[in-house]
Every structure is written in C-alpha cells, then in structure tokens.
Design a protein around this ligand. Structure first.
Ligand code: NAD
Length: 431
C-alpha cells in the first residue's frame, strides 16, 4: 500500500521553503479557495445530492487572519520583550467523515491555511461524489478508505486533525503516538436533549425536529435522545407529529427536504436498531432499502438499556426516555461518556442553568439544537470521549498554530544576574 511518503515530503519541502509564512500568501490561498468553491457550487450541490440527497453543506465562510498573526505581548519587566508568537505547525493531515463531506474538510483547512501550514486532506471514501480536487505544492488531497488512511498515517505529520467515529479515532491516536504527533479529535457520541419544567411545546417541537431530522439525523450534534417526564412526552409526541407533517408532508418519502442514509451499511445498522428496540414506535418507522430511506421516527417507552441507547444513533430515529426528576435524568447522562452537545428545552431559566452547571459536554445550547456550532466566535469541539481540542473561526487558527513563548533580553544589569550563578556563597544566599 502506497503510504504517500513522496506527497508528504513534497509538502514538507514547500513548508521549509517558508512560502506559507507571509500573511499575503495565506490570504491569497483563502481567497482562491473561496473562488474555487463559488465557481464549483453547482457541481458540489449535485455531488452532495448524489451522496446524501441534500443541498445543505455548501456554506463555507472565509476566515480572516487580520490581527491573528500578530504576536500578543504580555506584561513583563521593562528590560525584556515578552510575547506569544503564533507559528504554523508544519505539514498537517486533515481526515474527514462523510456526513458533511465538504464542510468538515474545508473548515479545518481554512484554519490550517490561515495558520500557515501545508496540508494533506483525506476525504471520506463513503461520500465519494463529494470529493474535490485541490492539488498544489502546499495542499493536496489523498483519496481512499481505511487501508489507505492507515498507510498515510504511517508518515510523520506535525498535526493530525481527525473528524469521525470514536472507534477509528483510537487507531488514529495509536498511529500518531509513534511520532508523538499532536491530534485534534472531532468525534461524536449521544447528545441528550432535556425537556423539563414549563415548556413552549410548539416551539420546542419545531426546533427539536429540525435539529434531529436535518440531514436525516446524520449530524454529530443532532439530539440523539430526549429525556422528559411522562406528562411532557404526552404533549411532545402529537406536537412532533404535526411538525413533521408540516416539514415533510403526509408522505415524507416524497419530500425533497429529507436526506437519505448515506450507505447500505448504515441503513442496515439503523434498521437493526429499530428491530431490536423494546420501545414503541409512535411516529414513522417505515423504510425503503432501495432508496436508503428511513422515515422520521419517534420511539417511546425506551429504557436506559435499550438497543437505541447502546450507540450513537446517527439517523432519523428519536427515542424518548421518561424520567420524572431532572436530577435523575442528569445522573443518567453523567453516568455515560461526555457528549459533544447537551440541549435543554425549558421556559424556566433555573432548569436551563441547573443542567448547564451539573453536566459536562463539548457545547451547550438551550431552547434550540445544532445552532451553537454555527457561530465562528464559539469554539466547536468535544470533551473527553466526544473529542479533543476545538476549531471554527479564530479557534481553527489556534488549533493549527503553535503558541511559542518568546522572551527577548538584552545585556543590561548583568551584575545583578551574577546572583544566580554558582558558586552560591554565603553572601549570595543572604539575598
Ligand atoms: P469514520 O470514523 O468511519 O471515518 C472517518 C474517516 O476515517 C474517513 O475518512 C475514513 O476513510 C477514515 N477511516 C475509516 N476507518 C479507518 C481506519 N481503520 N483507520 C484510519 N482511518 C479510517 O467516521 P464516519 O462514519 O465517516 O463519521 C461518523 C462519525 O463521525 C460519527 O460518530 C459522528 O458523530 C462523527 N462526526 C463528528 C463530527 C464533529 O465535528 N465532531 C462531525 C461529523 C461526524
């Protein structure tokens, strides 16, 4: 298997030449990247439709490097200059998943370019239609599945930025450990949605249904399951049913706004989860193997040990677990791995802050879902098993920069410095 060593070497010598260092160079690359996306918008939309029957992955903003490269000075003695320099890391590897095949490669790439790195980009083999060409001396695409990625990972990189599943993340970390390469991991997990206290059920149903069924639930930050009381569930299910009909019509299979499951393997996995659940399907449940269609589905009477709770669902199936006390539902979440996002829907601010203060997750959003990750001012990333590190906007620039601590000294007051040189005589120790 070709490890693409020659490609990495080519990028390394480009990096060593210093070509990526000037701000002007980085700015030009970002502008060209943006033009490439704009020029190819139609082709990209077509490819996304082919992979996932969707059109919602084209929004890519150009991050700005104005001021980010400037050294930040810190207060020190009057004699020294002390500052933090943001330096590029070198040649970085960006490995992407299939669910937002373009965005999850381009947004990290923007951070890598802005920070002055060279980059190898490895798109997912599953979303093969959305697989862009972008070859130059500084940035290159390497295609392939797990075997090719494993071979690629044998190379020495200066940073690895991986987006994907927790299972594969372990082998990425193992490969990175050989060269002690730092890694950013953007992973997934089960994102809970607490619905407690007084609640605007119509608004909650709209926002929850949008966040859950957008891209057919194939979003790392999609609400994975709902925790609420029996009484709330009674009001929520009919509200969700109305909203889903509003969104996708009486025959959701005919809706142009509902994405399909990306592959036969993922379709089979989701079907199996539905077969194994001990819960009761109250909305949806239908599927069609040929078009990889699964209806927006809601399941009630789901227990903590149900099949639907055994793994990240990553599909259009929403289990509802009824837990009467908020305390107990927080215990349930805290017993498991830290999620990428936690959502809480409530009219009561005390409920919202109680959940925020007594749980831990990569991000947190109240009375909505997913939208917190669209703000470039907020860092996006997980914590613990949902990911290491963060990016988006300036945070992406930081993820691909080394913060070098610099102290510039002159020769002043050398006589005073003598106190720290041996021999440590009695006279010196008196000081
Ligand atoms: P995946 O881990 O199967 O694949 C991701 C990438 O890893 C692909 O490019 C693939 O070619 C490569 N790969 C697969 N097997 C490999 C191996 N054995 N060794 C090395 N590389 C390998 O993930 P996926 O199925 O594409 O994505 C779904 C997962 O990603 C979900 O868990 C989801 O939550 C998570 N995700 C997280 C984010 C985030 O930003 N945190 C975004 C999207 C998806």
């Amino acid at each position: 298997m070709d490890s693409h060593g020659h490609v990495v070497e080519r990028l390394r010598s480009a990096f060593r030449s210093g070509i990526t260092l000037p701000e002007e160079f980085r700015r030009t690359q970002l502008t060209q990247l943006l033009s490439m996306l704009r020029d190819n918008e139609e082709r990209i939309i077509k490819a996304l439709h082919q992979d996932l029957a969707k059109v919602h992955d084209t929004r890519v903003t150009q991050s700005c490097t104005y001021g980010w490269m400037d050294a930040s000075y810190i207060q020190a003695t009057k004699l020294d200059d002390c500052f933090v320099r943001r330096e590029p890391l070198g040649v970085v590897l960006i490995i992407g998943p299939w669910n937002y095949p373009l965005q999850l490669l381009i947004v990290p790439l923007v951070g890598a370019i802005a920070a002055g790195n060279c980059a190898v980009i490895k798109p997912s083999e599953i979303s093969a239609a959305t697989d862009s060409e972008c070859i130059s001396d500084c940035y290159t695409v390497v295609r392939g599945g797990s075997e090719q990625t494993k071979a690629l990972l044998q190379n020495r990189f200066d940073h690895i930025f991986y987006t994907g599943s927790q299972v594969v993340a372990r082998s990425v970390v193992q490969a990175a450990s050989v060269h002690l390469t730092p890694v950013t991991l953007e992973l997934g997990g089960k994102c809970p949605c607490f619905i407690y206290g007084r609640i605007n059920i119509q608004a909650a149903a709209h926002r929850l249904a949008w966040a859950k069924f957008f891209n057919a639930g194939q979003s790392c930050v999609a609400p994975d399951y709902v925790l609420c009381t029996e009484a709330t569930q009674k009001a929520l299910v009919p509200a969700l049913s109305t909203v889903l009909e509003e969104f996708y019509g009486k025959e959701p299979q005919k809706s142009p706004d509902l994405a399909r499951i990306v592959s036969d393997r993922h379709f089979a996995r989701l079907k199996k989860l539905l077969e194994r659940t001990k819960g009761k399907v109250v909305i949806g449940g239908e599927s069609d193997q040929d078009s990889k269609y699964i209806a927006p589905t809601v399941v009630v009477d789901v227990g903590e040990d149900d099949a639907l709770m055994s793994e990240e669902i990553f599909g259009p199936i929403l289990p509802i677990l009824t837990v009467e006390e908020l305390e107990k539902s927080m215990d349930l979440v805290n017993r498991n791995e830290k999620p990428l996002a936690i959502y809480v829907f409530s009219d009561e601010s005390s409920v919202r802050t109680t959940v925020m203060k007594n749980t831990s997750s990569g991000g947190f959003c109240s009375n909505d879902g997913i939208v917190h990750m669209t703000l470039p001012g907020l860092p996006f990333g997980g914590v613990g098993a949902s990911g290491w590190g963060s990016y988006h906007g300036r945070w992406g620039f930081e993820a691909f920069s080394h913060r070098r601590a610099c102290m510039l000294r002159g020769w002043a007051l050398e006589r005073l410095n003598g106190l720290r040189y041996p021999p440590y005589t009695e006279d010196k120790l008196k000081w």
